[in-house]
Design a protein around this ligand. Structure first.
Ligand SMILES: Cc1cc2nc3c(=O)[nH]c(=O)nc-3n(C[C@H](O)[C@H](O)[C@H](O)COP(=O)(O)OP(=O)(O)OC[C@H]3O[C@@H](n4cnc5c(N)ncnc54)[C@H](O)[C@@H]3O)c2cc1C
Length: 566
């Protein structure tokens, strides 16, 4: 065994589960290697030009190693990320702890069965640690320009009018440096230089959270956990796509990865490494896929592998053509400008039967999109705008024909750019909550597939649609389903399950500390361990669980070392 190619721990994937684990183990003195299939993204590296947009997608055999990995299964589509920092690169930064009563403990095994072998009380200390490490801040609505962000104001008005509980969740975004008031575009002060060695600046309200923040204002995992892991000696390799795993005789595991950086997209060279602890953190789809593909080498893995899949109740709906009543001028279009501000600033919480409500609870959030998409919508609405342009256009043409007596026509040109209903008066709403985790992941002709349908969670989704429709009504707008819903499909950005926690192998793939039943030293730390929906956005819970799992890896090792030292 070569010492160079053997590690105390290999972590596959650098998302929430992987980054937290890598940092905790490196900090505890372990020799750690992180293998990440995607690329690093320093500030300024997220592509914006249409001619390079294709490079943002993930399809290695075609030479594409970008960050968007889009899956389309039978009843559900899923978007996940590839890159150093995993989903944090393209996520909307929302951190909410899972509600105490939503750690369900059902005792009957039916279709939607859920049993959480951990409690909120057990996780709180880990949530606290994650919160400190990531550096969470709330959207600073006590200050301008944040206070008058139109979509935040509109969303709050609507959910208040409906009597819904709402708040500004903590966000993994830097709006202000410690001890300073929030201000857009200020250089961010870092405790240790980030692994890219580049300057970051505070949030500039560009709405680009989901396409990668070129300012580095998002506290993505490369700027905190991974930087600190590297600081403690963890080795991080990117463009390393792990494909094969197997237990080694005498203990430990072998890991084989394809080197996607070697410039041979169709047949990349492979490398093999070994470790004592193997931590699978390739995400819900990535980890379950890896375990299913390598099942013959892991014959004792629980038959629950692939079960408890759900999309965390994700449903995207739309409010279009918002209007308001103005004193004196009657009903007029309302500017919501969803491209201004971070993608999510506010959330409403609709209670569950478990905590005083009825039905299955959910969170409803003001979603947004980057301003360049708003420009696309502005252009798309051009045919409708033509009628409004007629007066100014006629004035400009007449002026030219008369030899331009009016030389300053700026105001008439500016009026051609009056806001369109489509670009300014729409508000996407993102909901997530307690759908039913009855999906099953499996391989179909060697490819990952998922059997999950909207039907069993229909009541939940109808409730979400009904509240979203109410929000549209209060905002004087039209409610619209996203087009996929009309085909009885949803798109999730929060896939969960597949290697669920359980009390025993008959119930789950891993125990309440992420240890794979039957395979000492093999661990899972990512969204796949969820036995059901988290309800709110899941990253905080994934990170907190990973922190708890890391304690469990470090502690017995520490005790064994101490015992050996006498
Ligand atoms: C548009 C969007 C918005 C979102 N907004 C929020 C939000 O506001 N709040 C929130 O909590 N969540 C949000 N999410 C979800 C969040 O990103 C995920 O829940 C979270 O990233 C999952 O963490 P994870 O550790 O399970 O896996 P991931 O973060 O997906 O990390 C898995 C990593 O493993 C790598 N990998 C996969 N397979 C391999 C392999 N074979 N070899 C090597 N590496 C591999 C991947 O490239 C990836 O980097 C959002 C997601 C999207 C897409």
């Amino acid at each position: 065994m070569s010492v160079d190619s053997h590690y105390d721990a290999i972590v596959v994937g650098s998302g929430f589960g992987g980054s937290v684990t890598a940092y905790r183990l490196a900090e505890a003195g372990r020799r750690v290697l992180v293998l990440e299939r995607g690329r690093p993204y320093p500030p300024g590296s997220f592509t914006r030009s249409p001619c390079r947009a294709r490079e943002s997608f993930w399809d290695p055999p075609r030479g594409l190693v970008g960050m968007y990995h889009y899956w389309s299964f039978r009843g559900i589509d899923a978007l996940v990320s590839a890159g150093l920092g995993g989903g944090s690169l393209i996520y909307a930064n929302v951190f909410i702890r899972k509600d105490e009563k939503w750690f369900v403990r059902e005792d009957v095994d039916h279709g939607g069965y859920e049993y959480w072998p951990v409690t909120r009380a057990e996780l709180d200390a880990h949530y606290d640690r994650v919160e400190r490490m990531i550096g969470l801040q709330r959207f600073p609505v006590e200050h301008e320009p944040y206070a008058s962000t139109p979509k935040t104001v509109a969303f709050k008005e609507a959910v208040s009018a409906l009597g819904l509980e709402h708040f500004h969740p903590e966000l993994a975004v830097t709006f202000a440096n410690p001890g300073r008031p929030p201000v857009p575009g200020e250089a961010i002060v870092e405790k240790i230089p980030n692994l890219h060695g580049r300057t970051r600046t505070t949030c500039q309200m560009s709405g680009e959270c989901d396409v990668g923040c070129n300012f580095g204002a998002k506290n993505t995992l490369d700027y905190n956990y991974l930087t600190h892991a590297g600081h403690h000696g963890a080795e991080i390799r990117t463009l390393c796509d792990v494909r094969r795993l197997e237990p080694r005789e005498g203990g430990g595991y072998a890991v084989h990865y394809a080197d996607l950086g070697a410039g041979a997209p169709e047949a990349p060279p492979t490398e093999a490494l070994t470790c004592d602890h193997l931590i699978l953190s390739a995400g819900t789809l990535g980890t379950t896929n890896l375990l299913l593909r390598n099942r013959s080498a892991f014959a004792r893995v629980s038959h629950k592998l692939g079960t408890r899949f759900c999309g965390n109740g994700d449903l995207l709906t739309l409010v279009l053509d918002t209007h308001e009543d103005r004193e004196g001028s009657g009903r007029a279009p309302r500017v919501v400008d969803p491209g201004y501000g971070p993608v999510i600033t506010t959330t409403a919480r609709i209670p569950d039967a478990l905590d005083g409500g009825h039905g299955r609870g959910f969170y409803l959030q003001d979603a947004g999109y980057p301003q360049h998409l708003a420009w696309v919508l502005q252009v798309l609405s051009a045919p409708r705008q033509m009628w409004r342009w007629r007066k100014d256009a006629a004035y400009l043409v007449k002026n030219w024909l008369r030899g331009s007596p009016d030389t300053d026509v700026t105001g008439h040109i500016a009026d051609l750019l009056l806001p369109s209903e489509l670009s300014a008066g729409g508000l996407p709403l993102l909901s997530m909550g307690r759908d039913i985790p009855d999906g099953r992941m499996y391989l179909r002709r060697g490819r990952l597939d998922i059997d999950w349908r909207t039907q069993t969670s229909r009541e939940y989704f109808e409730r979400v649609r009904s509240v979203s429709r109410d929000v549209a009504r209060v905002l004087g707008g039209r409610f619209a389903d996203n087009p996929l819903w009309l085909l009885s499909r949803v798109i999730t950005v929060h896939p969960l399950g597949g290697a669920p926690m359980g009390r025993h192998p008959g119930e789950g793939v891993v125990d309440a500390y992420g240890n794979v039943f039957g395979y000492p030293g093999l661990h899972v730390a990512d969204g796949s361990v969820m036995p059901g929906p988290t309800g709110p956005n899941p990253s905080f819970t994934i990170a907190a669980l990973a922190d708890r799992f890391a304690d469990h890896i470090i502690e017995p090792d520490r005790r064994a070392t101490e015992a050996a030292a006498g």
